[in-house]
Design a protein around this ligand. Structure first.
Ligand code: ATP
Length: 327
């Protein structure tokens, strides 16, 4: 079976073909890079409109056989970007005369880790640009066990780096500078199973403005923010009794975060899996892989009911594709 995935929730126009027999995922992406500041929704949508046809065409050229279904990221994300992706997916599905599958982008970040690791029922930490949450499966849904009370974790780091004058995305620059920095403390904000980043970012901006070397601020930010994520991930493992953790999202490309999570899992005797970078940042491969599972489960959409949803939460998705979906 071959399934096309189309992703375009924010900055990454991407198409992929997942060949289930070979477990081969071919991804074609074209990233929007703002000239200044962060992601501007209108500019991101213009990029999406220009880039989506080309990435789809290239991905299809590489497909070695007929396509069985078209999957697309329905949300969450930036409305004008999602609308372009939705229109492209509907047109492609109708043109190829194959079913349409609507995928939740955050569940796809989780499922790609589950698929690649072979873990049965892991807890998932999604550390992405616009989101930060810990998910665990129970009774047919991925439940949000803990989440950010304000901004996404990547967006928080990007806000600090904009303040410093660095170009978007800021996360990789924080990682690079932190390697040369000394730890400085920042407010550590975990409440129950939830976390907050906005106060930490204000403190980081103040520290930088007061003359703390930027390398030290970056180091302090990493230790604090990733320590918080690791604490909540550990508590989720403990509360659910699960012994497998997968990481999802673009911030997962950070080696310090992966190192903390790996150390925590090792201490608990739990398995840990972080997908390779091309599957962590936004990509259509994860949409195609989850799309194939949903298609196989008969979880397809009529075009008339295929509206996008910018606020589509992972716990709204009725999970149809897992062997234990009825549990
Ligand atoms: P979402 O998936 O929630 O819609 P998103 O579309 O912004 O979020 P992702 O591709 O998952 O995108 O993540 C992008 C974020 O990852 C950016 O905020 C970027 O700064 C951050 N990031 C990328 N590389 C690193 C890194 N090495 N260290 C920390 N953060 C990073």
């Amino acid at each position: 079976m071959r399934v096309v995935g189309i992703e375009g929730t924010a900055w990454c126009a991407s198409a992929a073909v997942f060949d289930t027999e070979r477990d081969r995922v071919r991804i074609e992406s074209d990233a929007y890079e703002p000239e200044s500041g962060g992601i501007h929704p209108r500019e991101a949508a213009e990029h999406m409109r220009e880039a989506i046809p080309a990435v789809i065409e290239t991905a299809l050229e590489d497909a070695e056989g007929p396509i069985d279904a078209v999957a697309f990221a329905r949300g969450p994300g930036i409305g004008p970007c999602l609308r372009i992706v939705g229109s492209a997916a509907r047109a492609l599905a109708q043109g190829l005369d194959v079913p349409l599958v609507g995928v939740n982008h955050m569940v796809a970040h989780l499922e790609i880790g589950r698929h690649r690791s072979g873990f049965e029922s892991p807890v998932c930490l999604n550390a992405s640009g616009a989101n930060a949450h810990v998910l665990g499966y129970h009774n047919g849904r991925y439940r949000v066990l803990g989440e950010t009370m304000d901004t996404g974790v990547g967006n928080a780091l990007d806000k600090f780096t904009r303040h410093v004058g660095w170009s978007h995305p800021g996360g990789p620059k924080v990682e690079d500078h932190a390697k040369r920095g000394e730890y400085v403390p920042f407010p550590y904000v975990v409440k129950g199973m939830d976390f907050s980043f906005s106060g930490i970012m204000s403190a980081a901006k103040d520290a930088y403005d007061d003359g703390t070397p930027v390398e030290d601020v970056c180091r302090g930010l990493e230790e604090t923010v990733f320590g918080m994520l690791t604490e909540v991930a550990e508590r989720a493992l403990s509360l659910t009794g699960r012994d497998e953790l997968v990481l999802g999202g673009g911030v997962g490309q950070n080696a310090r975060l992966r190192g903390m999570l790996a150390a925590m899992c090792e201490q608990r005797g739990a398995g840990f899996y972080a997908p390779e970078p091309r599957f962590l940042r936004d990509n259509a491969g994860m949409i195609a892989v989850l799309g194939a599972k949903m298609y196989r489960a008969g979880d397809t959409l009529d075009v008339a009911e295929s509206a996008i949803d910018p606020d589509y939460r992972p716990d709204e998705v009725a999970v149809t594709w897992r062997d234990d979906a009825e549990d």
